[in-house]
Design a binder for this molecule. Structure first.
Ligand code: PPS
Length: 574
């Protein structure tokens, strides 16, 4: 039935999932095997290995294939394959495995998804891999960062057998294995299918572009967004899928289909474009749209792009014939105000007024609640984006105080709590140092290790509150800079974060000595006392510095409110 659909890469669609009796047998045998808990990225890779999205691969790359992929972009048998698909493990795990042994590959819940039959184990040169595959060793490239900072020291190569498909509970009807999608194409009579790869919400420019591409090559359109792992900071896939669904009825009847791809992107630019073409071929597509800087990570901090804007198109062009997948290259689309239409930038004559909204500007408009014009995105797409990206005065945030014991943190925090409650609109939680130690960290002392655990717990709770649109006020001493920064990085991606240094001088704190602790610390009755017998690292990154010798608690709280107002987190509309 699927005879007229393009044949997969390497000729045969791989299916590594065994039948039920074999699956039961493997489960029974697995009792004595070493287990490996898959990372989110490894789980994505495994899913595409098992379902044939990575055909002709039948497992994680062995050393010979790995080296050949890095240097030649080919497996050792000559098959085109641009990116290494690797299982990385720690040194400890590597020593517990040997060639010929079996390893149970488990998902985060501990469920055995597949078995790996180990062929070889080796310690790769990850820097050399970064240079070969990404053309860079700069960790500002997310693919390089993953290799250099988040990849374990050893690789294990070998074939895998799947006990079950990787399961998902979200958007089940939009998820298809390559064979399922091929069967659907066959049912629909779609033999020419152009795939559109994306990790972003689709706006009018993308809709025009895909529509034109499909018309140009007389193919049906598969919108094939990546929902596995994309670039850190991207719009979450739940929101994106709702946006794609809103867009779908803007295409002519029965010419476009949406399917979700559980791929973990590497942001590998040109090599990744070739990989995307191979994967889409396995899913039954004959064409792939490749635009400007396809799968590229943008520029480094000095503003130098990692790849040229059309490098990906050039590399894919050289392999198009061999692959049998046709690239549909696209220039950037711009909006021409005079004709109220989108046009590729190279077709616009000089002097014509064009409009565009960058990703940064869109984020800014969302966070301030500013208008998102209809020429840029369809209103139902804008509505979905607004639902997931409320303006700042509706987002959660954390006010994190740091300062010595007796500096006045708790007093200001309590005034602030009351002011937020008066304003209303958002739930408020105060995580005061003493309260946290009573309810969350009772067993902890004041060593550096214990203080860091304590602050991480506070940071975790505050990030959950912030994520769910609440206000968290934290008031621990938090004497160490590194863990304060960790907390910031936990909270920033989910809402606002304001670090307030209550910089009351130690002499004043000691003179106040409201709890009598300084006297005890001086007498050596309390050990490791911050400022006396333990360090306090002054923050140099505080958003506000408050000295309570110059301000009352009421005044300090008011200053914080004014700062939050300026940043947009507090408004009359609260
Ligand atoms: S930390 O460093 O952030 O984990 O400390 P924190 O959880 O804020 O706890 C500080 C409160 O514990 C009391 N206390 C001590 N503080 C500092 N050093 C030592 N050794 C110590 N022992 C007990 C003290 O009351 C602190 O409360 P505040 O409100 O800061 O005065």
């Amino acid at each position: 039935m699927t005879d007229h659909i393009i044949s997969p890469h390497g000729g045969t669609l791989v299916d590594l999932i065994v039948d039920e009796p074999r699956s039961d047998a493997l489960k029974n045998e697995s009792r004595d095997w070493v287990s490996h808990d898959l990372t989110p990225r490894q789980l994505c890779d495994l899913e595409l290995l098992l379902n044939g999205g990575f055909s002709p691969l039948t497992g994680f790359l062995r050393q010979a294939d790995y080296e050949s992929v890095c240097s030649e972009m080919r497996l050792s048998d000559g098959t085109l394959w641009p990116l290494p698909i690797m299982l990385d493990v720690s040194e400890e795990a590597a020593t517990s495995m040997e060639p010929g042994s079996n390893v149970a590959l488990r998902d985060p819940e501990g469920v055995m998804i597949a078995v790996l039959q180990v062929d070889d184990i080796w310690k790769p040169d990850l820097e050399a891999e970064a240079q070969a595959v990404f053309g860079s060793t700069n960790p500002e490239h997310p693919g390089v960062a993953h290799l250099l900072n988040h990849t374990q020291a050893y690789y294990v190569g070998g074939s895998v057998q799947g006990l079950q498909a990787v399961s998902h509970y979200d958007y089940r009807l939009l998820r298809h294995s390559p064979s399922e999608l091929r069967a659907e194409f066959a049912k629909l009579g779609w033999t020419r299918v152009v795939a559109f790869q994306t990790r972003n919400p689709m706006h009018r420019a993308h809709q025009e572009l895909t529509l034109r591409a499909a018309k140009d090559v007389e193919a049906s359109l598969l919108i094939h967004p990546v929902v596995g792992m994309t670039k850190p900071g991207d719009v979450d896939h739940y929101t994106r899928v709702r946006c794609y669904q809103a867009l779908l009825n803007r295409y002519p009847h029965k010419t476009a289909k949406l399917s979700l791809l559980p791929l973990a992107m590497r942001m590998g630019g040109p090599r990744e474009a070739v990989w995307h073409a191979i994967i889409r071929k396995n899913y039954g597509c004959t064409h792939l749209i490749v635009g400007r800087d396809h799968a590229g990570p943008g520029s480094d901090s000095s503003g130098n792009p990692f790849y040229g804007p059309y490098d990906a198109q050039e590399l894919l062009r050289t392999h198009e014939a061999e692959l049998g997948v046709t690239m549909v290259p696209f220039k950037m689309m711009v909006y021409v105000e005079a004709t109220d239409s989108y046009t590729p930038i190279d077709e616009v004559s000089d002097g014509t007024k064009t409009l565009n909204i960058s990703g940064t500007e869109l984020r800014e408009r969302l966070s301030t609640g500013k208008d998102i014009p209809e020429w840029f995105t369809f209103p139902d797409v804008a509505e979905e984006l607004r639902r997931s990206h409320p303006p700042r005065h509706k987002q959660g945030f954390t006010v994190f105080f740091t300062g010595l014991s007796g500096s006045g943190k708790s007093t200001i925090a309590n005034v602030l709590l009351v002011k937020f409650l008066e304003l209303g609109g958002r739930p408020v939680t105060l995580l005061d140092g003493d309260l946290v130690r009573k309810h969350l960290s009772k067993e902890l002392g004041f060593s550096k290790e214990h203080r860091d655990i304590n602050i991480r717990r506070i940071g975790y709770v505050a990030s959950e509150i912030t994520k769910n649109s609440g206000i968290a006020i934290c008031a621990p001493i938090a004497p160490y800079d590194a863990v304060r920064k960790d907390v910031k990085s936990m909270i920033k991606p989910v809402g606002g974060y304001i670090l307030v240094h209550v910089a009351t001088p130690i002499e004043v704190c000691e003179k106040r000595d409201r709890k009598g602790l300084y006297a005890k610390a001086r007498a050596g009755i309390i050990k490791e006392f911050t400022g006396i017998s333990d360090p306090y690292e002054e923050p140099i990154d505080a958003d506000m510095v408050i000295d309570t010798t110059k301000l009352t608690a009421e005044e300090a709280a008011q200053q914080i409110i004014l700062h939050l107002e300026k940043e947009g987190y507090v408004s009359g509309e609260a």
